[in-house]
Write a protein that binds this ligand. Structure first.
Ligand SMILES: [Zn+2]
Length: 218
């Protein structure tokens, strides 16, 4: 991938995040890895006005290499993923309303009623709340991102990984749409059991397993 492609794809996803209401003006961040360089959105810049010229470049330890704006304080969330998951080329972090509601409630997302959820995600674990400025969030990400491509950050939001920014973003869109159907179902039909038989849940979860988590592990 060319440097320019990385920047263009980050900008496109920033615009989508803003349009979808998945991130407040200054919330969320998007990054893309190219070799030893990480391209990423700067701190306190609105996503709707993101542009290639504002994207900054850091190394895998988060040290600034290029760009006039400052890296986001959430840079270590991104560089940690790239260090432990060499197969990952992009990270999207944002606060989509329904998934973030689960994160605030500190609930793992488990849905045994929708085949596409079981194939795509298996489940979406929620990490314990990590105090800003400590390594708690990083420790949790290091542990869970090996096995999952989408995780919830307790009392905070969502983090997704992919082969490019659009793929990571697409996983978040799929999750948010699914959570909308769960929400509607609960409003329309109450707390009825819609789970598929346990055997089918296991079969569907296993179908998607090779495409989730670190490809070099297991
Ligand atoms: Zn955030």
């Amino acid at each position: 991938m060319m440097d320019y492609d990385c920047k263009r794809e980050i900008v496109e996803v920033c615009h989508l995040l803003a349009e979808k209401g998945f991130a407040g003006t200054y919330e969320g961040n998007v990054s893309c890895r190219n070799g030893d360089k990480v391209y990423l959105t700067p701190t306190t810049q609105s996503k709707i006005h993101a542009s290639e010229g504002k994207i900054i470049t850091v190394d895998l330890d988060g040290n600034p290499l290029e760009g006039e704006l400052r890296p986001t304080s959430e840079t270590p969330m991104h560089t940690t993923v790239y260090k432990v998951r060499p197969d990952v080329k992009a990270v999207v972090h944002c606060h989509p309303p329904l998934a973030t509601a689960y994160a605030q409630a500190n609930r793992d997302i488990v849905c045994k009623a929708a085949p596409e959820f079981l194939i795509l995600f298996g489940e979406v674990p929620c990490l314990k709340y990590g105090k800003p400025g400590t390594t708690e969030i990083i420790d949790g990400i290091q542990k869970y991102i090996m096995d999952y491509d989408v995780i919830l950050l307790g009392n905070h939001g969502v983090l997704a990984v992919g082969q490019n920014p659009e793929e990571a973003y697409a996983k978040i869109v799929s999750l948010e749409i699914l959570l909308k159907t769960v929400y509607y179902r609960q409003q329309m039909f109450g707390d009825i059991n819609c789970d598929l038989p346990e055997e089918e849940v296991k079969r569907l979860t296993a179908i998607g397993a090779p495409n989730r988590g670190c490809r070099s592990v297991g």
